[in-house]
Structure formats: structure tokens, C-alpha cells
Design a protein around this ligand. Sequence first.
Ligand code: ATP
Ligand code: MG
Length: 315
Amino acid sequence: MSLLEVRDLKVSYTTRRGRIEALSGVSLALGEGEVVGVVGESGSGKSTLGQAILRLLPRYAHIEGGEVLFQGRNLLELEEDEMREIRGREIAMVFQDPYSSLNPVMRIIDHFSELYEEHGAGYTREEAAKLAGDILEKMGVPREKLLEYPHQMSGGQRQRVAIALGLALNPRLLIADEITTALDALVEAQIVDLLKEVRHTFKTSILFITHNMGLVAQLADKVTVMYAGKIVEFGNTRDVISSPLHPYTKALLASVPRIGGSKELQPIPGDPPDMRSPPPGCRFHPRCPLATEKCRSEEPPLKLKGDRLVACHYA
Ligand code: ATP
Ligand code: MG
């Protein structure tokens, strides 16, 4: 059984400018101990997917269909208090901006104490400090930092603290949403290394959301490629990178800068669609060099090719 299975998830936002269908039937599975990358351009629905799994979407977002099975239970059917127990204890989420999990007027130690209290861990102040210090050190942050405020740390350290907080209750699954995007390349590489360690030491499964295929290559066992609210390709990372089947995956891979390589970065021509009125047929067709009449009118289903899933009429 998969640890997490998302089935045919549909999510829309009601905005003043109209209805946006951010996820149009997204399915994916993540096994125990696995790292699955979710990659796609801005607006493809990655964050909506992460937030929908934990039911952290804003009020004007609507889950219109589908299931989110975690250890076989459909999270979409749980009461809010059951969901609160799952958040943090079973599934934790870390965001691009560490301040979304850190309170600027609270010292680091108080973040941990509050988390332990919320989940009824019943630790004394000393026990909480000891445990928080231990996990902080494992994340490469000196335990003295427990007494500091978030603004007294570097961006990389803040993100390490946010990861430590995410892992504090030893969750089965960590959802990491663009957690290195705001960091410079060196610190980004350090955080990716940290996540590699985390999966080995803590056996945590990770849903690794990023727009950077290069990071997916380093970290993820499997990758799901999203375009305009749909999955266009899913498979083992190594296979997808060495032989991408969907033209969008190919374009994404071509846009990854190569260190020391002479190859120019190739941005994907055109823009992602306006999600209030996505194109008919294959949503990628206006930007696809291979598009035919069929692509303009007929939506390609996500189909199994070997052990790969791909949604292209010509894969
Ligand atoms: P990015 O790489 O920029 O983080 P993303 O892949 O995470 O993008 P989402 O943020 O999930 O994409 O957005 C998917 C679609 O839903 C987009 O069309 C976006 O404009 C819309 N959307 C996302 N969040 C909201 C919101 N809070 N209110 C209204 N529309 C939203
Ligand atoms: Mg996002």
C-alpha cells in the first residue's frame, strides 16, 4: 500500500476575476520512505496540490472531487480536529518562506514548546529544550540558537529551523514546497544535502515540490511533471531524465542550467495558459512544437507506457 495516494483530485479557486481550476484531476502515489518530486512551471498547481493534501487551502478554494488517501484513510473526509492531529504529527509541510512557519516575535525554543504542547506531548520545559536542541543539531544548527529570534539567523539557518520544526514530531511525510527557492545556490545545495540525510536518518517520505528539475534529479526517486493543473508525466526520476516522453518534460529538462556546460539555458517558448480558460485538447498544445489537429481538439489521457505514465498523443 502506498503511504499517500492522491486520486483524481480537482481543486478550484473562486476569484473576483472568475473561477480558476488549479487541479483538474491529479493522481499520484508515494510509497513509504520514497521521495517524489513534483515539478512544473509557475501556476501549474504544485502548491495547490501540497496544500490540498493537508487541507490548508484558503476558504475560497474548493475541493471539487477526488480522494487523498493517507495510510488508507481519506483525509478529505476527516473532521477538522482529526486533521489537526495529522498535521505535524503525521504529515508536516515546509514552505519557501520560513517565516510562514516561524513567528518573528517568538524565540526558536518557544516554537518547539508550542508544537509539543499542541500535540499533547507533555514534556517539561527542560525536556522540550533538550529534544528541540537535539533535532536542531541534527539539522546543522547549534543548539544555542534555540534562544534566538528568527531574524537573528541567516536565511539558510531559518530554513533549517523550519525543517527541524517540521520533523520534530517525527512525521511519516514531509511536504517541501520550494524550500530552497529563496536561497542562494550554495545554501540551496546544502539544504538538498540535508534532505538526503533526513530521508536516510528519519526514513521520512518527502513530497518535494520545485520548479527545478536539477534538484529533482539529485533527490527524488520518482517525479511527477505538472502542466496547467494536470499531470503530464510520471515515472522513475532516472528514466524520466534520460528519456523524457512528454514534449513538456523535454522542454523543462532543456531549461535546466548545466554547471560548467557550454549549453545555453533554453527557456520554454510561450507562457503557461490563463487558468480561467485553459486551451482545449492538450493544454500544452499552443507551446508544443509537435502539436497536430488532434492535440488541439482531443485531450490526451494519462496512459501507461512501460512503467511510465504519460499524457501525450504522440509519446
Ligand atoms: P509557483 O511555482 O508559482 O509556486 P504553483 O505550481 O505552486 O506555482 P499554484 O500556486 O498551485 O501553482 O497555482 C495554480 C493556479 O491556481 C494558478 O493559476 C494560480 O493563479 C491559482 N491560484 C493559486 N493560489 C491561489 C489563490 N490563493 N487564489 C486564487 N488563485 C490561486
Ligand atoms: Mg507554488
